[in-house]
Write a protein that binds this ligand. Structure first.
Ligand code: GDP
Ligand code: GDP
Length: 438
């Protein structure tokens, strides 16, 4: 499981600036996806090969008793509870406020691994000004500058070291490659447990033992028509004997961790509700994580023709960035439309692991250019020379040439479409990177 770092602090200390810096490298990759929800508070970050999830908690007033601040305090407490390390951000220039004391008291009582950092410390005479923060009783304060990137690396290092998480081992890849790890994700009440129970009640589905699966975690290895699957710890569910039931408190963090762990995510939507903000956020995170996706709109039995049209339109608009995913209309309760899900899941998994040989990629690239040249931009005419595969799961295609920074978005989409079609890349994100040699 990826460790979770929560950024906590009063408003304006620089939490979102820090969040953006920590999640930046991934953002650059997904920036191209039209319609991807950007107002997230959850993101992926990494330090070398060590990966983590960051939560930006907004403004925190632990003593707030009403209104929006009370609600924010509640959400912050949940984020803190679910995190592995709390990064408590104070303002190196503004000094300590009463709010900082409140937050510090709260964190001290909690007793979670906590890192105290003083942001906006660029160009400051260190030591002197920071002594006052000892008063918060959280030990040494680490100076950083989120805006300039100073100290951020050692901050993350220290946070991860607190957890004693070792650098991942390059060769520690002993998983069974024939097993597809599947997560069913979705908001509370979309029908996750109903669907999983419908599946597990099927006769075609054979449970098997898999070494290394813990008994208490929700992880069900099974085989269906010769393909092995592992249903991984799906957020918001509890196993009760042979069936699953929804637990009351939905956990975004668990959902994100499940997505990270999966090969394929089945994103469940509720036909009665359409696409909500929370659906769009989960979808955005799946894309950002590079996981394969299958979409299923559940409760199809409960909506009339007009509602059906509305839902389909809202998926097209709000989840436009998942256009590459197969969509299914199902009723978990009536067990309708469930069979075809399996084919899409296997297809999405195969696509994510597709091998794309350099000669074939290069030929496709040349054919695409012959069909339609990239547009000139000012005095630059992008010139594409060859392409190779830069990674799998999700597939990455690296295109080499000159002036490629001038390739416009519509041309990128044109190329993506051609590559997707040629390699049958259904259900997986595809990343196209440009390497310019001038
Ligand atoms: P949040 O409310 O805690 O999320 O704070 P923001 O990230 O929105 O930042 C609040 C203000 O502080 C913005 O004007 C930022 O530009 C500024 N800020 C953030 N980090 C730094 C920093 O490292 N140095 C300086 N000088 N300003 C910063
Ligand atoms: P979870 O929180 O995502 O696990 O959702 P549940 O599986 O607990 O389902 C929430 C509610 O939706 C329950 O009352 C289910 O009976 C109902 N539900 C689930 N699937 C369907 C469906 O296909 N059609 C209809 N009409 N109701 C459904």
């Amino acid at each position: 499981m990826k460790p979770v770092l929560a950024l906590v602090g009063r408003p304006n200390v620089g939490k979102s600036t820090l969040f953006n810096r920590l999640t930046q490298s991934r953002d650059a990759i997904v920036a191209d996806f039209a319609g991807l929800t950007r107002d997230r508070h959850y993101g992926n970050g990494h330090l070398g090969r060590r990966e983590f999830i960051v939560i930006d908690t907004g403004g925190f007033e632990p003593t707030a008793e009403s209104g929006i601040y009370k609600e924010m305090a509640k959400q912050t407490r949940q984020a803190v509870a679910e995190s592995d390390v709390v990064i408590f951000v104070v303002d190196a220039r503004g000094g300590i406020s009463a709010q900082d004391h409140d937050i510090a008291n709260y964190l001290r009582k909690l007793g979670k691994p906590t890192l105290l950092i003083a942001n906006k410390a660029e160009g400051m005479q260190q030591g002197l000004q920071l002594v006052e923060f000892f008063e918060l009783g959280l030990g040494e304060v680490l100076p950083v500058s989120a805006a300039h990137g100073q100290g951020v690396r050692s901050m993350v290092e220290e946070a991860l070291d607190k957890l004693g998480i070792p650098e991942p081992d390059e060769d520690a890849d002993d998983e069974d490659k024939s097993v597809i790890r599947l997560a069913v994700a979705g908001r509370p009440n979309v029908g996750k447990s109903t669907l999983i129970n419908a599946w597990l009640g099927e006769e075609r589905l054979v449970a098997f033992d898999m070494p290394g699966t813990t008994r208490d975690a929700i992880s069900v290895p099974f085989e269906r028509n010769g393909q092995k699957f592992e249903l991984i710890d799906t957020a918001g569910l509890r196993r009760k004997g042979k069936v699953f039931e929804a637990i009351e408190k939905f956990s975004v963090v668990k959902t994100l961790q499940a997505i990270e762990k999966a090969h394929v995510v089945l994103l469940l939507l509720d036909a009665e509700q359409g696409v909500t903000d929370q659906d769009a956020h989960i979808a955005g995170f799946i894309l950002e994580s590079g996981r394969s996706v299958v979409l299923a709109i559940n409760k199809w039995d409960a909506v009339d023709a007009y509602q059906r049209q509305t839902v389909e339109r809202s998926v097209e608009q709000r989840l436009a960035f998942l256009k590459f995913a197969q969509m299914h209309l199902i009723s978990a309760k009536k067990r309708q439309g469930l069979g075809p899900l399996w084919k899409s899941i296997a297809q999405a998994h195969a696509a994510a692991n597709r091998k794309m040989p350099t000669p074939v990629l290069t030929r496709l690239l040349q054919e695409a250019v012959a069909f339609q040249q990239p547009q000139r931009s000012g005095m630059y005419r992008p010139k594409m020379r060859y392409a190779h595969q830069g990674g799998m799961n999700p597939p990455v295609i690296v295109i080499h040439g000159n002036s490629l920074e001038h390739v416009n978005d519509s041309y990128k989409r044109f190329l993506e479409g051609r590559f997707r079609k040629a390699f049958d890349l259904v259900g997986t994100p595809l990343r196209i990177e440009f390497k310019t040699s001038d």
